[in-house]
Design a protein around this ligand. Structure first.
Ligand code: NAD
Length: 246
């Protein structure tokens, strides 16, 4: 399905990013596993892909650093010769009520979750233009649509990602580069492990499909957007949320 294609997944050493990296590899893509923190976990993802007969490399980079992103894109193209799919998945939360949120908490979430998407998209665009082909898939969030108390920074970033997806889709369409997004709901990962049992129950009450999602739920939709099945889609944000925000 994605044979001979090269994918770069940011923040892919764990959680949703890891699931996306494994899913794209299962469909035949060569995968660059970006990580910021644990090299060991990134290496484990690479080894898992190689053990299944795929090709993968790990690459450390802070998506909020233009210099890191430039070096990351160069390393991927040097290794695999092209770059067809970028999944902007890396993200952080620093939740706090508005009146308590520190400037640093606001800035760091915007830098990683919004500026990071801008820098990585900009970073791969020249290569994708050269190839006259590219698929960029941004991992937003349903809270970027619905809002969420205590997450002014995160919601602003994710709403920005949804807007940027449309803007970049319009700008890059003529180059045969499609830009879409997924907006996950509540997905069980390290990011949501922090939820209390009470919060988890409150979430479930709001989800028509009556379960939290998992990384594979998101990964399969990302794989669809990366595939030829989505050849006539750009600028869209697909909610992967069990019906929570409809
Ligand atoms: P996670 O914390 O398990 O994974 C996030 C990954 O991003 C980590 O590997 C982390 O090291 C990496 N990362 C953080 N800052 C980085 C940086 N500056 N440069 C490179 N990598 C960096 O979280 P997750 O739940 O897997 O989240 C993945 C994405 O999905 C995020 O964008 C998140 O906002 C989004 N999302 C998650 C949920 C959910 O319920 N888990 C819901 C909606 C959206």
């Amino acid at each position: 399905m994605l044979q001979d294609q090269v994918a770069l997944v940011t923040g892919a050493s764990r959680g949703i990013g890891r699931a996306i990296a494994l899913e794209l590899a299962r469909k035949g893509a060569k995968v660059a596993v970006n990580y910021a923190g644990s090299e060991e976990k990134a290496e484990a993802v690479v080894q898992e892909i190689i053990a299944c007969g795929g090709s993968a490399m790990k690459i450390q980079a802070d998506v909020a650093s233009e210099e890191d992103v430039k070096q990351m894109v160069k390393a991927v193209v040097d290794e695999f010769g092209r770059l067809d799919i970028l999944v902007n998945n890396a993200g952080i939360t620093k939740d706090n009520l508005l009146m308590r949120m520190k400037e640093e908490e606001f800035d760091s979430v915007i830098n990683t979750n919004l500026k990071g998407v801008f820098l990585c998209t900009k970073g791969v665009t020249r290569q994708m233009m050269k190839q006259k082909y590219g698929r960029i898939i941004n991992v937003a969030s349903i809270v970027g649509v619905s809002g969420n108390p205590g997450q002014a920074n995160y919601v602003a970033a994710k709403a920005g990602v949804i807007g940027m997806t449309k803007s970049n889709a319009k700008e890059l369409a003529a180059r045969n580069i499609q830009v879409n997004a997924v907006a996950p709901g509540y997905i069980t990962t390290d990011m949501t492990d922090a939820l209390t049992e009470e919060q988890r129950e409150q979430m479930l009450a709001l989800i028509p499909l009556k379960r939290l999602g998992d990384g594979e739920d998101v990964a399969r939709v990302v794989r669809f957007l990366a595939s030829e099945d989505a050849a006539y889609m750009t600028g869209q944000t697909l909610h992967v949320d069990g019906g929570m925000v409809m």
